[in-house]
Structure formats: C-alpha cells, structure tokens
Design a protein around this ligand. Structure first.
Ligand SMILES: Cc1ncc(C[n+]2csc(CCOP(=O)(O)OP(=O)(O)O)c2C)c(N)n1
Length: 684
C-alpha cells in the first residue's frame, strides 16, 4: 500500500466543481487533500469515542470524494429535496464516512461538535447511521445487506414515480456503498436479482472491494467473483482501482449511460494511510491508537490537529456542496410548472398524506357488508377491501413473494410492474421475502409510495430483520401475511404459524392486526394505512370466517385494539378474549356457558399492541372486571397474560401443529368452543 503523494500546500479552489454529470477532473492534489480530510475526521472521531470503525472510511474516502464532488445530486440546504440522488451507506459500520461527508459538504446540523460527539448519547452521529436522527442519512444501516436491498426499493420508487409523474419532477439515481459483508449476506442475492430483473439502470452500487472482513482476509470464507455474480443477475459490472480518482470517475460516467443496474468493484485498501494496520482487519473496527494515527497523518501529509480541517480543504468541500443548488432551483421551477392538481397530487404523495377518499371507501365497504354479510376468509375480505382502498389511495404499491393467488394482494385493476411498465402497481417479488421486506422499506423511505406485500405468516421470519428496521425507522409498510394458524390445515406444521404472532408483537412500534371477520379486516386496513410512522402486519386466515359484525357502525371499532363484540346478558362472570379466527369460537363458547347459566362477554382483540398502548382507564374498561378471564388464540400464550393475568386461562397452542384438515386440527389441539367453556368453568 503506497499512500498517494500529497502536499501540505494550500491549493486554490481551481475550476470549482462542475455541475453533476459533466466530467471534469479535480486536480489530484486537491482530491487527495479532500479525501484525507475524511480519513482524518474518521480517525479522530473513532479515537475520541474509543470505539468505531476507521477502516472503511479511510479505504473508501477516494470513492466517496469522487462521487460526492462530481456526480451525486444533492443540496445540503434541503436534505429532503425529493429529486435528490439517494446515497445509501449499506456498510453502516463505516458511519464516520457519511458523517464526515455531511460535515464537509455543509449540512448545517452536522457541526464539528457533532463529529466530536461520535457515538455519544443524543448526538447526530450514532454508531450506525440512523435516518430518523441525522438529516442527510437516507436509511438506517448496520445489519449488513439491508441498505443494498433498501436501495433497490428506492430505485423502484424512483422508476415508478417517474413513470407516474414524469421525468421533469422525478429523475434521480440511487447510489450504494456496499462492503464484502453486504455482498456475503443472503439478502444481497435477493436484492440484486430483483434489481437486475427490473433493469433498474439508475441504481449504482460501489463495492468497497477491500478483501478484508472482521475475521481477517476474505479468503477465509469467500471466493465469489462478484463481477461475474452481478453480471449473471443482469447488471453491468466492472472493476476499478478504488484509489484512482479518474478511474472511479470514468466508471461512474459510464454508469450514467447504462441500460442496466451497475456495480463497480472498487479495489481499496482498508485503513488506507495507516502505517501498520492498512490492509488488515485490525483497522476495521477499533480505534487505531495514537501512534498509528500519528503515522497515518505523516503518510497522508496531514499535519492538522485533531478535528481541524484547513480552510482551503473546507472551501473545496463547501464549493462541492453547492453544486446542486442550480439543479434544485430548476427543479422547483419545473414543479411549479405542473398542472395544479398534478402538483398537489405529487406533493401530497411525497408528504405521505392519505386522500379523503380512503375513509369513504372503508365506510361504503362496511355498509355493503352490513347489507350482505359475507362468510369468507379474511384474506379474501382483504382482497375486497383492497379493491376499494387501492382505488382511493394511488400511493399503494402491492406485491407478493410468489404467493399472489394465496395472499390475495393483487386487485383486478393492478398490472404487474416490469422493466417496460414501471407505472404498474403490483410487484411480483419472486420467492424473496427478505428482499421484498427490505425493498419496501426503501420505497417508503424514498417517499411517495405506501408499499404492501404478501407472503405466508410462517415466513414472517424470513422478513423479520427488515420488519424490525421498518419499526425502528418508523416507516409505514404493510405486510399481508396469510395462512395465519393451524387453520391453514393440510400443509402442516412447517407452514402453520404458532409463535409468529407473539414474536411479531414483541417488536416495538410494530402493529400486528388479526381481524376476526370482513368488517374488522376493512377497519384494520384503514388503521394500518393511517399509522404514518409505523409498520403493520395483517395476519389473515386461509379458512372462511363468519361475519360477526353485522350492524353498520361508521366508527372504527378496531382503533382501540380491542372492544366488546358480544356483551354478557347481565353482570359478566366470564370475559372471553380472542383474536382473528378464534373470536367466532369464543362467541360459540359464550352460548355454551349461557346454557350452563354462566354469563359471559366476548372481547375481540384485533390488535393487542394498540390495546396495550391505550390509556390505563380505557384498557381496564375493555378488559373488564369479570372474576374469570379466558383468552383464546391459535398460537402460543405469550403476551396474553397482560390481559387475562397469570391466573387467567388460555386456550391455544403449546407446540407445533400437524398436517390434517382444519376441523380435525382444531379438535385435536383442543381449540374448540367446548374447550373454552370448560376452561372458564374450571376457574369459576
Ligand atoms: C447482519 C450482520 N451480521 C454481522 C454484522 C457484524 N459485522 C459488522 S461489519 C462485519 C464485516 C466486516 O467486513 P466488511 O463488510 O468487508 O467491512 P470492512 O471490514 O471492509 O469494513 C460484520 C460481520 C453486521 N453488522 N450485520
């Protein structure tokens, strides 16, 4: 590793920085000093925090400098400008790279004090980038592979919105910096295959090809030829020297003209400049130490004190930060030039607003259901709700991971998205649940789209890391997960969720809905859409359910998470709580108890999370004060104690299901009206 020759002499900002897209070389000395500013800030911040990852920012500094000073379209004065290029640091451990860039480019919030407070409580510089903390950070990364898959969703969103609103207002690229770790994760295969299939040519991945991960050289665990791998997925792929600014620029220039997504493998040296640790895993994830930093400063020709950036270098960066201003102003003009209704539509979409037509659609659907009750599976009820709701909410883009006919997520009007039709609103994600869930996060982060998906509930585990991040990032994504219990029958225990509902309820800020009939399904869809800052899962049945809500009520009864669906005929001796398909069982059990002279009420619990969040008084009122509480759900007990108490009874599953017709299974596992009534009687 030979560090680039550098000069301490101040270099005047020369030809300034050209508008993005036009090629103009930055003098090498100037480039080096700019890249070294990133390296120095990364070393210093990690050293001060006594933790963090200096290796990636030091290695990728040249790539990032070329990208941000010559290609990326952005405006630090407005980090949320809808037509900015997106930059995703998929290797989130290298967070100091983006923090240094934001600081140097002039993002107001990213002061040098924030850099000094790297990894401290309440700072804008958390250990891994968090989009909800730091203006200019597009997504939350750290779990490797997620950022790359988010970027695929962002590129889908761009293509869809450009096809819908026109290139005058939507015309930007999505750039990703991905590491070896990102590309080793399985999710990366799902993401690149989908992007290649959809020919997302405005997606450009810069692979930080340093051949090092935590355990040591990559050769310990991996021998994939990434260029061939991407090419086989339909990408344009090439290799460059990641420390040669002109080679990087030439590759990025070529990428602008590609008709396919582009991967540029940039050969870099991790910890570039560090005298003994460069090129080694020892520079990956811990402070370099005072001696090593002194050696790196010498090698890089950087004599500034910690956290100091010389005026000329700061000027170069600030000038680069202003490159996007003119483009931004021109874009604003074009937006003003749109027809008033189209502009209002675009702005409403970007702001995530729901059209007033949604409430009307739900209301008229509920009226229809009251007039003609339906005994249908909740997945079918969901399809009917979607017919009305997706017509009212054009931002909704649906999909399924190859289970479209089972999940019922595609409405009659929806066309399949393809490389020749990005305006279409249904995505065949293929058998790629994890990639689907992460791409959906990218779509909602991009803005303008409310994504919803489809798969079997048992495969929620395949999506879980992305769902968890959606919850952390406070993003509205909606997962339709059907076949939600042993009620799916013959496919057996591999496909029968048992612990899934409880384990999803364990994720903070995620709403898990399990509606009991067609009316609740419509109401839960409305609540999921109205939950602007959180993801939802709709757990839906394969099997038919009676319609328990027969009278029209315009109020969304599911909004509180639970409500009394059948009252007791007097002072209740028993409260029966149930969700989804088991509410009908509880209603039958109530009749059996009544025959025995025991008065019971039934509480439907379509969303336990909302009930738990309700003010204590409301919650107490719904839970009631009957001497005996029984909960019934065709899943595990976990979570229900909060409602029925540890003394309450629970009727549900204690182990895996079995392969058999649904009726036999409910009987076999003792989830029947009689079992519920007996559980209540045994406690009286
Ligand atoms: C899903 C996931 N697994 C494990 C980790 C822990 N981890 C952080 S970085 C890393 C690998 C480092 O190698 P690379 O991605 O090449 O980054 P570099 O060493 O080049 O900085 C690992 C295993 C993680 N962040 N996410």
């Amino acid at each position: 590793m030979t560090p680039p020759k550098s000069s301490l002499a101040a270099v005047e900002p020369s030809a300034d920085f050209p508008d993005q897209g036009t090629m103009s070389a930055t003098p090498r000395i100037q480039h080096d000093r700019m890249a070294n500013a990133i390296r120095a800030l990364a070393m210093d911040a990690v050293e001060q925090a006594k933790s963090g990852h200096p290796g990636l920012p030091m290695g990728a500094a040249d790539v990032a400098t070329v990208l941000f000073t010559r290609f990326l379209k952005f405006d630090p004065a407005d980090p949320a400008w809808p037509d900015r290029d997106r930059f995703v640091l998929s290797a989130g451990h290298g967070s100091m790279l983006i923090y240094a860039l934001l600081h140097l480019l002039g993002y107001e919030a990213m002061t040098i004090d924030e850099i000094k407070r790297f990894r401290q409580l309440g700072s804008l510089t958390p250990g891994h980038p968090e989009n909800f903390i730091t203006p200019g950070v597009e997504t939350t990364t750290g779990p490797l592979g997620q950022g790359l898959a988010n970027a695929v969703g962002m590129a889908i969103a761009e293509a869809h919105l450009a096809a819908t609103f026109g290139n005058d207002v939507v015309d930007h690229r999505t750039y990703v910096l991905a590491s070896d770790g990102d590309l080793m994760e399985g999710i990366s295969q799902e993401a690149i295959a989908l992007a290649g299939h959809l020919k997302l040519n405005k997606l450009i991945v810069l692979f930080d090809d340093n051949g090092i991960s935590i355990d040591g050289p990559l050769s310990l665990a991996d021998s994939v030829d990434q260029v061939k791998r991407f090419e086989s997925a339909g990408w344009q792929a090439s290799r460059v020297d990641g420390h040669d600014p002109e080679a990087i620029a030439a590759a990025l220039e070529a990428a602008q003209k590609s008709d396919r997504p582009v991967m540029i493998a940039c050969r870099t040296t991790i910890g570039f400049g560090a005298p003994t640790k460069a090129g080694k895993s020892s520079s990956h994830g811990s402070p370099l130490g005072a001696e090593e930093i002194a050696g790196a400063r010498k090698a890089l020709g950087w004599s500034e004190a910690p956290f100091e950036v010389p005026a000329d270098v700061r000027d170069f960066w600030r000038t680069a930060g202003k490159r996007g201003q003119a483009k931004h102003a021109a874009w604003s003009q074009r937006l003003q030039g749109l027809a008033a209704d189209k502009r209002a539509d675009f702005e409403g979409r970007i702001a995530g607003k729901l059209p007033a037509a949604l409430a009307d659609a739900v209301s008229s659907l509920k009226q229809q259901l009251a007039a003609a009750p339906q005994e249908i599976a909740s997945r079918i009820a969901s399809e009917r709700a979607l017919e009305a709701i997706t017509a009212a909410v054009p931002a909704m883009v649906g999909g399924s991971a190859d289970l479209t006919g089972s999940n019922n997520t595609r409405t009659k009007a929806m066309k399949a998205m393809s490389a020749s039709d990005y305006a279409a609103r249904f995505i065949h994600y293929g058998v790629r649940e994890h990639g689907m869930a992460a791409a959906m996060n990218g779509m909602t982060l991009h803005g303008g789209i409310i994504p919803y998906s489809g798969t079997f509930l048992a495969f929620a585990d395949y999506c879980r890391p992305a769902i968890r991040l959606a919850a952390l990032m406070e993003q509205r994504v909606i997962h339709v997960m059907t076949h939600d219990s042993i009620g799916l029958g013959e496919d057996g225990p591999t496909h029968q969720p048992v612990e899934h509902v409880a384990s999803l309820r364990a994720i903070p800020n995620l709403l898990v809905f399990r509606p009991c009939d067609a009316v609740e399904t419509a109401e839960c869809w409305q609540l999921a859409l109205e939950a602007h800052d959180r993801p939802s899962v709709l757990a839906l049945t394969r099997q038919n359910l009676p319609q328990l809500r027969r009278e029209f009520n315009d109020t969304n009864l599911c909004a509180g998470g639970a409500y009394e669906i059948v009252p007791a005929e007097g002072r209740a001796q028993v409260s029966l709580f149930a969700s989804g398909s088991e509410v009908a069982i509880a209603v039958e059990a109530r009749k059996l108890l009544s025959e025995r002279g025991v008065l019971a009420r039934v509480v439907s619990v379509p969303c336990l999370d909302l009930l738990m969040e309700a003010p204590e008084r409301t919650r107490r009122a719904v839970i009631g004060s009957a001497p005996v509480n029984v909960a019934v759900e065709a899943g595990i007990r976990q979570g229900w104690d909060a409602i029925v108490g540890s003394d309450g009874a629970f009727v549900g599953m204690t182990g895996f299901g079995a392969s058999a017709p649904v009726k036999d299974l409910y009987k076999h596992f003792g989830i029947t009206p009689q079992a519920v009534a007996d559980a209540a009687l045994s406690k009286l």
